[in-house]
Unconditional design. Structure first.
Length: 121
């Protein structure tokens, strides 16, 4: 068997192959880093939604009269959540309460509930 100039791979081919693999690896690490950021932010969003939903259910069950006396700050997980409620009367005699939950440097949540204006019966 005769060996010629066309046997094997050249240095240029090897450099190009390494370059292509390097670009692929860098893209993979970028994707991994972005995924980590998205997954890491899921817990604070979930906690904010839970806090807002809990307050909305308290307002729905207790009525707005009793709900106005609930604390404006709630601790859930490692965060102190600030709760604010804005009210608007509806034509049906209920109160539309918009509950906002927020914590310093974290994503917040908004939940809307319709509650009785007075205390629960």
């Amino acid at each position: 068997m005769k060996r010629g100039a066309e046997d094997g791979i050249s240095l240029i081919e090897m450099v190009i192959a390494v370059l292509v693999l390097s670009i692929g690896i860098v893209a993979g690490f970028q994707s991994l880093g972005q995924s980590r950021l998205v997954i890491g932010g899921a817990l604070p969003r979930l906690l904010a939604q839970t806090v807002a939903l809990n307050r909305a259910e308290e307002l729905r069950l207790l009525g707005m009269a009793a709900g106005r006396g609930l604390p404006a700050t709630v601790r859930m997980g490692p965060f102190d959540w600030r709760l604010s409620v804005t009210e608007a009367a509806t034509e049906g005699g209920f109160v539309q309460a918009t509950v906002r939950a927020s914590a310093e440097g974290q994503p917040g949540a908004i939940y809307v509930v319709y509650a009785r204006p007075g205390a629960a019966q």
